[in-house]
Design a protein around this ligand. Structure first.
Ligand code: SF4
Ligand code: SF4
Length: 425
């Protein structure tokens, strides 16, 4: 992880330097144990290792330099916030990761204790002053998805400048109309803040940039259907995580180069695990950096992860925005169409998710599905029950896991995952 070369920048961002040093130390050790210890990794992963080693260093420096030249920085927590509009307004769009326990005691003073770890994490990171991304944001965009988040934004909005988008809970025509008005409201907020008018030209360009990023991630996903698996699930998850804060064009180029290497590897019949290793699809709540616990447990249990049915995975890249329209109104409609296809568990009903998980399991030749719900996450815990039922009717085994960010249950999780993998024989 980054070192004291960036200390002055972190001080200027008002980080708590000693708490931040502690976070980087833990993150570095965790990354070493979970990532750098893997065998037969692709050479292209060196790029991701570098990005992660500089996640609080060079990328933040880049963002600070862009801010100095007049760019604005928008932080988000959800794949419902259209990155295309942010980029069209010449702003930087970053996902605020929220994947680690930090500042939890302080966070529990302003949200209930039985709130999911992701929410407590983004509040804790802010209260503990350890996240340079949060501190770099000119605006944080929340969304009224689950109850936990939308209520937490009332408290979080007192700590950071916020804009909350209303996301409907159903997919009726009226709901779509509501979402369209919210997309337009976000567009106006961006234009007012940046002073940049969103035009046909800049929006067309940004739709293409974000589609290209999604196309690269789709390509990676398709290649993971190969047996032996050409890339570990941990590395693929990392790629999806980095897609939320790296420069989008640089990221796309690097992932396409990595996919070229994967194609060569597949042509040679090479992989990260022996042919026939049990293949698992990971499905459920988003896994933000550095929430690598369950993937590590799964891949230490004689199995390999071949896909992530998640917002840090398929929900973020499965659908593209129509590039053929050439009016602002038409482009906004195309954005609404694309974003309203997201099968988040916050929607009711959300039957398409059941079908999407089944299709992914089949396309990636998964032997079983591990469903992951963060503790206290109602939407995904409910859907775990529905999904188990839907998959069992199709003869696809599923293990349902509920956990948080603490490492206390690693051994217990390992016992359950190993038993599940053995049962797949
Ligand atoms: S799970 Fe739902 S609320 Fe969470 S990031 Fe995904 S779309 Fe947003
Ligand atoms: S994990 Fe569940 S409870 Fe937590 S923010 Fe996402 S949808 Fe809400």
């Amino acid at each position: 992880m980054s070192d004291s070369a960036h200390k002055e920048m972190w001080e200027n961002l008002n980080l708590d330097i000693s708490a931040h040093d502690g976070l980087l130390e833990v993150l570095g050790k965790f990354y070493g144990d979970i990532y750098l210890s893997q065998e037969n990794r692709l050479k292209g992963m060196e790029y991701l290792d570098f990005v992660l080693s500089e996640v609080h260093g060079l990328r933040i420096k880049e963002i600070q330099d862009a801010k100095a030249s007049g760019k604005k920085v928008i932080g988000t927590f959800c794949v419902f916030v259209p990155e295309e509009l942010t980029l069209a307004a010449n702003a930087i769009h970053v996902g605020l990761c929220s994947g680690a326990d930090a500042g939890t005691d302080e966070a529990e003073k302003i949200v209930p204790r039985n709130t999911c770890a992701l929410i407590k994490s983004f509040i804790g990171f802010k209260l503990a002053r350890i996240c340079p991304y949060t501190e770099s944001c000119d605006l944080v965009v929340g969304e009224t998805t689950c109850d936990g988040k939308k209520k937490a934004y009332e408290a979080f909005g007192k700590l950071v400048p916020m804009h909350v988008m209303e996301v409907p809970q159903t997919k009726t025509a009226d709901a779509k109309q509501l979402f369209k008005s919210e997309v337009l409201r976000y567009k106006e907020a961006l234009e007012e803040m940046t002073g940049v008018e969103i035009t046909v030209e800049n929006l067309r360009k940004s739709i293409f940039i974000v589609n290209e990023k999604r196309r690269a991630l789709q390509r990676l996903s398709r290649l993971r259907a190969a047996d032996p698996a050409p890339i570990s699930g941990r590395d693929a998850l990392l790629i999806n995580q980095v897609s939320f804060y790296d420069d989008p064009e640089r990221f796309t180029q690097s992932i396409n180069a990595l996919c070229d290497q994967i194609e060569e590897r597949i042509a040679q019949g090479d992989g990260v695990v022996p042919t026939g290793t049990k293949r698992l699809l990971l499905s459920g709540c988003p896994m933000a950096v550095p929430n690598w616990k369950l993937p590590y447990v799964m891949e230490s249990s004689n199995a390999v992860i071949v896909g992530e049915e998640s917002c840090i995975g398929s929900r973020n890249m499965r659908d593209l925005v129509d590039e053929s329209v050439d009016t602002i109104e038409g482009m906004v409609d195309a954005l609404v169409d694309r974003y309203m296809k997201i099968d988040c568990a916050c929607f009711t009903p959300n039957d398409e998710r059941m079908v999407n998980v089944e299709n992914m399991a089949k396309e990636l030749h998964a032997d079983g599905v591990v469903h992951y719900a963060l503790s206290f996450c109602q939407p995904y815990a409910h859907e775990a029950i529905k999904l188990q039922d839907a998959l069992s009717q199709k003869g696809i085994p599923m293990l349902s896991v509920e956990t948080g960010y603490s490492m206390e249950d690693v051994e217990q999780l390992k016992t359950r995952v190993e038993a599940f993998v053995e049962m797949l024989d």
